[in-house]
Design a protein around this ligand. Sequence first.
Ligand code: ADP
Length: 186
Amino acid sequence: MVSQRITITINQARLSIIQGDITHQTTTALVNAANPGLMGGGGVDGAIHRAGGPAILEECKQIISRQGRLPTGEAVITTGGNLKARYVIHTVGPIWHGGNKGEARLLASAYEQSLKLAAANQVDSISFPSISTGIYSYPVREAARIAISTITAFLRQTTPLREVVLVLFDPKTFNAYSSALQESEQ
Ligand code: ADP
């Protein structure tokens, strides 16, 4: 089966959505939907640590002992360990509490801080999962709109990033991002 990819161009960069497993991506960086303790866990976090091996957890522990738990909406960078990606950027998305607890702002911040950290490390290509829409229960259609509007706003600025890929794990999530991408072009 040929996997579906939808791509738009913003300035000199491409933004794509695909359905797949983020641990197989060959972009320079992968973003992990982590939790504040950075100790791994379920979902995409567990998959990235399993595929990347213990070097990632080792660096996460050092970060936590230096600066404490990672606040929601912020991001840190580690090695990619055994992954094809050189770096993993760990960010913490918000837990959905109904929408009146700053969730939208915090989700946008998780994308934006990850992109800023990538750019600061001269990363030219980066893959994101659908942050917060799994265990953290953020409604996927709204999360997709925020992801796409935050990424496109970032790519309109001057940046070393040339490729951003949103790697969606299941067809329902892919379809939500596909609709949001089409809406963003209208
Ligand atoms: P959160 O706690 O931020 O909600 P989850 O890992 O529970 O994070 O879910 C975020 C999204 O990542 C969900 O859509 C989930 O299906 C997806 N996901 C899980 N494993 C992978 C993977 N290997 N590659 C890409 N996406 C994944």
